[in-house]
Design a protein around this ligand. Structure first.
Ligand SMILES: [Zn+2]
Length: 410
């Protein structure tokens, strides 16, 4: 009888190994505790102060309080979802008034300092940078004073243009029109928002080399998202290069890893209060677990070799976090040739390569440990001109395709 029970348990272990399809925990030199912690929401409301209004009743908003300081000086209090946290001091609010008037608006950060140039919109879709003459941080680094003319028309003021989960959903629906794009909801975030995957291949995904693309683990990192869009669109383009590339390669794209953080207007974390890009060792958070499981399952089922893993982010300036030469991927030294190709495309721009060894459990290391792939964190500056972001994303895709096709023909 005991023998039977042991056999049954053994069977269960085998079955459970199979169902996790090769997703393994990884050891990184600097582990991080990624068990959930509390986050503090913002109360969604319209503030009404004697004919001047502000609100946060839209997705991607971040406004924790609003008050009048004196005559025409108002204060918007901005707080992160929890603390300690990276200094991505994100804000997004609307303001309007019964009659046209000139006011000063303080963005008052309870943690960290002002970081993002205010972006202005009158419809939540079209944005312009605020004129540098119209705002300053002279009072204190954690207070930005904006000089505004407001009236009955609502004015959006946002750290970055709003790119919420609705935008990503629309983008996925648009890409899905391409017959090579197989879109699926592969899981749910902690608050139940869908997590999308685009599985891109021509005819069959089997036995092809693959690349894996992640974006938007960190909510305010909109420029990284824009780079990802143009990168993927170039891979899907009508050029001879793109068509040839897709004949022999599979591309897995996860365009929005942190939909809760994005729609809740978080500075950095998911709804579990955790930086998802520290959770690639044991997958404590729903989002990392869903994406890691799905990617590994598809790659194993397709008998694919992942050559490159790219994770799109934003920071103060454009740069590439890569791995040091002691971590040699299947396509080592791919990134040196790739960055050289990007370098050669632009006269007045040279890629800033920042190699470092495995450290915390981030995707760059995960791509390497899980798949033996070249792991790259593709960083775009917060204020890099959007046209250049798009151009460089497309260039990065072309250089990648050329290199990997040449490798194949070797
Ligand atoms: Zn990031």
């Amino acid at each position: 009888m005991y023998k039977l029970i042991y056999l049954f348990l053994f069977y269960l272990v085998i079955v459970s190994c199979r169902t996790t399809t090769g997703l393994i925990n990884h050891e990184f030199p600097d582990p991080v505790d990624t068990k959930s912690v509390d986050v503090f929401g913002q109360r969604k409301q319209v503030y009404d102060i004697q004919g001047v209004y502000a609100d946060n009743e839209f997705e991607g908003a971040r406004l924790n309080d609003f008050a009048k300081i004196n005559n025409e000086l108002y204060r918007a209090v901005i707080s992160p979802e929890n603390y300690p946290i990276n200094g991505s001091a994100y804000y997004s609010l609307r303001i309007w008034a019964d009659t046209i008037r000139d006011i000063e608006l303080e963005l008052f950060y309870t943690k960290h300092n002002h970081r993002y140039i205010p972006k202005i919109s009158y419809d939540g879709e079209h944005w312009v940078n605020m004129n540098p003459m119209d705002f300053d941080t002279l009072k204190a680094p954690n207070i930005a004073t904006l000089r505004l003319r407001i009236g009955p028309e609502k004015t959006w003021i946002s750290a970055q243009e709003l790119l919420t989960s609705k935008h990503v959903m629309d983008w996925v629906i648009e890409k899905r029109k391409n017959p090579n794009v197989h879109a699926e909801v592969i899981g749910k975030s902690k608050l139940g928002r869908p997590i999308h995957a685009l599985d891109i291949y021509n005819v069959s995904p089997k036995n092809k080399d693959a690349i894996v693309v992640f974006a938007r683990q960190h909510p305010p990192e909109v420029t990284g998202h824009l780079a990802m869009e143009s990168f993927v669109e170039e891979l899907l383009g009508n050029s001879r290069l793109s068509k040839d590339f897709l004949k022999s390669h599979r591309i897995l794209v996860y365009p929005l890893l942190n939909p809760d953080g994005v729609d809740e207007g978080h500075w950095r974390h998911n709804a579990g209060g955790i930086d998802l890009n520290r959770d690639w060792a044991i997958y404590n958070q729903e989002e990392t677990k869903a994406v890691a499981q799905d990617a590994v399952k598809r790659i194993n089922a397709g008998n694919n070799t992942v050559l490159v893993g790219l994770d799109f982010h934003s920071t103060q300036k454009d740069l590439y976090y890569t791995l040091t030469d002691n971590r040699q991927s299947h396509v080592y030294p791919f990134k040196d040739y790739w960055l050289e190709g990007i370098d050669g495309t632009y006269e007045d721009y040279s890629p800033d390569d920042r190699p470092n060894d495995l450290n915390q459990p981030i995707t760059k290391g995960w791509f390497f440990l899980q798949f033996g792939a070249e792991g790259i964190t593709y960083e775009i500056g917060d204020e890099t001109p959007r046209e250049f972001v798009k151009s460089k994303g497309a260039t990065a895709a072309r250089e990648l395709m050329e290199l990997l096709i040449l490798r194949e023909k070797k």
